[in-house]
Design a protein. Structure first.
Length: 607
């Protein structure tokens, strides 16, 4: 645990005996100078030091801009045999080997938040203006409560579970810990943890604006205007340059996420949230964005809006599809990992046939439904446009030149792009017959002689996710066509809008119309739409668990060969999934159980 004394490393001391005694003595160097041993009270007169505490909670935010956990599901596999998610999915998930563990990072962040909250009232943020001092006090207090709640949510999601038939959470820490603290704490119940998360978010809302942005003349909030606060001061504390921090709109979205999680089948027994409550909280967020007007027509290709991303500035308002974004940075890391080898990539994430089959036909029908028009001899024709936007299928173009990617297994080493074929080079070629396109920029060049970077938009939370959250909760609460929780739209309305936006104007959706009165079929469709819209964004792993769905569906691929009669597509088994029923819930780290006798492990987990 982090103590209340923060020690800076004085590297020069390690080198002292190599210097002349005329410079200084080793004893002097090995005894840290006062400025290198900073007590927590240092923050009281140094706002930079104070911000450093809360910045530590920002540095370990629980978001990954790259696809990592999808390869532990039926949506993808990795061609890297050392991948820990691959090991987890194939039978090696234990309380000691747990790539989805959140224990250390989240508790460290919570410790920083607690330290900050316990000392924030003693910090002098500004000596020139009482109003500006109060603004900064409110800004950072709100951030600290919101961050504590956010980190607690991800900690709970990863480590809650059944203990003797009761759904338990994790130990709640609302005070900082020093060397005298009692670390041997029992686990709180799941409901107690959810209640604490929501209470922290509600406390944060007392201090934060609906969104960060500069105000026009004379529109400083009354609280600060009464203190003599000016537009310039408000803009300094809450203006454009603060975008990226957590505001009230982001909190509304995360509260909806928490509620749907808590109301889901795996956790509903705790009684922490109902689907009606989850629908209301999702509706609350969507109503802030204009209801169904929140559906961004281009949101399904948010990662590929090249001109927008190129010209985007940090202080600009976020696009409609973004609830909360990370940095917009230049790189080619994801392309290097996931481009096919003919484009100098490592082809790491291979979408499965399972996922490909989940994309409907262009007319909206599932491929196995009557009226779909699916042709097994031409499996990639007349499909929903999202298939080719998210996945590279055999013959699709990719890269700046639009080179065709050939994933067939029977090409010869002398053929162009031979290396892209099924299992043609271990650790680089596809193992399923498919490559990932989503999240990647086609205009990245990985040729070693002329490598280029491109900017990438890092989406932490997308509006599409909140639309799907509402649709799921509303359908479960009152059925497909009911307006729930203060919304003037239904689950059916949301799914209709999301499915239509990737098609040309006027597209009809007869399949949706045929099931809109059936809650079970709408549930299946909503879950499938979530699978497609959020694929490769680290949702599937957690969705399958909260639904108590089948975790062990094997990953499949396709073997493509040519013959005199045409191209043959043969399904293949690629990778078994070896999850046990108790793995609906993740484990408490074994190392923690060894240290603290009051911690109990989730049912089923040993090592």
């Amino acid at each position: 645990m982090i103590t209340k004394r923060i020690n800076n490393i004085f590297v020069a001391g390690l080198l002292c005996c190599g210097f002349s005694a005329a410079l200084t003595s080793c004893d002097d160097l090995m005894s840290p100078a006062l400025e290198n041993v900073q007590d927590i009270t240092e923050m009281y007169n140094d706002p930079t030091f104070a911000r450093g505490l809360i910045d530590n909670a920002f540095l370990v935010l629980p978001y990954d801009g790259a696809s990592v956990s999808d390869v532990a599901t039926d949506d993808a596999v990795s061609n890297d045999n050392s991948n820990n998610y691959k090991k987890m999915a194939t039978g090696n998930w234990t309380s000691e080997m747990n790539p989805v563990s959140q224990w250390d990072a989240r508790y460290h962040a919570i410790q920083y938040c607690n330290l900050f909250l316990e000392n924030i009232d003693k910090v002098r943020w500004d000596y020139t203006s009482e109003a500006l001092n109060q603004m900064h006090l409110d800004l950072y207090r709100g951030q600290a409560y919101a961050l504590r709640a956010l980190h607690m949510f991800y900690l709970l999601r990863a480590h809650c579970g059944m203990v003797g038939g009761q759904l338990m959470g994790v130990p709640i820490h609302t005070a900082s810990e020093d060397q005298n603290a009692d670390f041997n704490l029992p686990r709180n119940t799941f409901k107690e943890c959810v209640d604490q998360i929501m209470a922290d978010f509600d406390e944060a809302l007392k201090y934060l604006p609906s969104h960060f942005g500069d105000v026009t003349a004379g529109s400083v909030p009354a609280k600060y205007a009464a203190m003599g606060g000016t537009d310039a001061e408000y803009n300094r504390a809450f203006g454009n340059l603060q975008r990226g921090k957590i505001d009230a709109t982001i909190i509304a979205a995360i509260k909806a996420q928490v509620a749907l999680f808590a109301a889901s089948p795996a956790y509903a027994s705790a009684g922490a949230m109902t689907m009606e409550q989850a629908a209301k909280l999702a509706a609350d967020y969507l109503n802030l964005r204009g209801g169904l007007a929140a559906v961004d027509p281009t949101g399904w290709k948010w990662f590929d809006q090249k001109d927008f991303i190129k010209n985007f500035k940090f202080s600009d308002p976020d696009p409609a599809e973004m609830v909360w974004r990370g940095n917009v940075g230049e790189s080619h890391d994801m392309e290097s990992d996931n481009f096919p080898p003919s484009l100098y990539g490592n082809g790491r994430i291979n979408p499965t046939q399972n996922l490909v089959d989940a994309f409907p036909m262009a007319n909206g029908y599932p491929i196995n439904a009557a009226g779909s028009g699916y042709d097994a001899a031409k499996p990639y024709e007349n499909r929903d446009p999202r298939l080719h936007a998210y996945i590279v299928t055999n013959g699709d173009g990719m890269g700046a030149s639009g080179s065709a990617i050939n994933t067939a297994s029977d090409t010869k080493p002398s053929d162009p792009g031979y290396i892209d074929g099924l299992n043609h080079e271990n650790g680089k070629s596809t193992t399923t017959g498919y490559y990932m396109r989503k999240l990647l920029r086609d205009d990245v060049n990985l040729n070693p002689s002329s490598t280029t970077n491109q900017r990438h938009f890092n989406a932490r939370i997308r509006t599409t996710e909140l639309l799907l959250d509402y649709a799921e909760a509303a359908n479960e609460a009152q059925g497909p066509t009911a307006n729930v929780g203060g919304a003037n739209f239904s689950a059916y309305d949301v799914i209709k809008a999301l499915r239509a936006r990737c098609h040309e104007e006027g597209w009809q959706d007869p399949y949706l119309e045929s099931i809109k009165g059936d809650q079970q079929k709408m549930r299946e469709l909503i879950r499938n739409e979530r699978r497609l819209e959020l694929c490769f964004e680290n949702h599937r792993f957690w969705d399958l668990r909260r639904w108590k769905a089948n975790l062990s569906e094997g990953a499949k691929g396709v073997n493509i060969t040519s013959s005199a009669t045409g191209t043959n597509y043969s399904p293949i088994d690629v990778e078994a999934r070896q999850y046990q029923d108790y793995m609906t819930y993740g484990p408490i780290p074994y190392s923690e159980l060894l240290k603290w006798s009051n911690l109990e492990q989730n049912d089923g987990w040993t090592r």
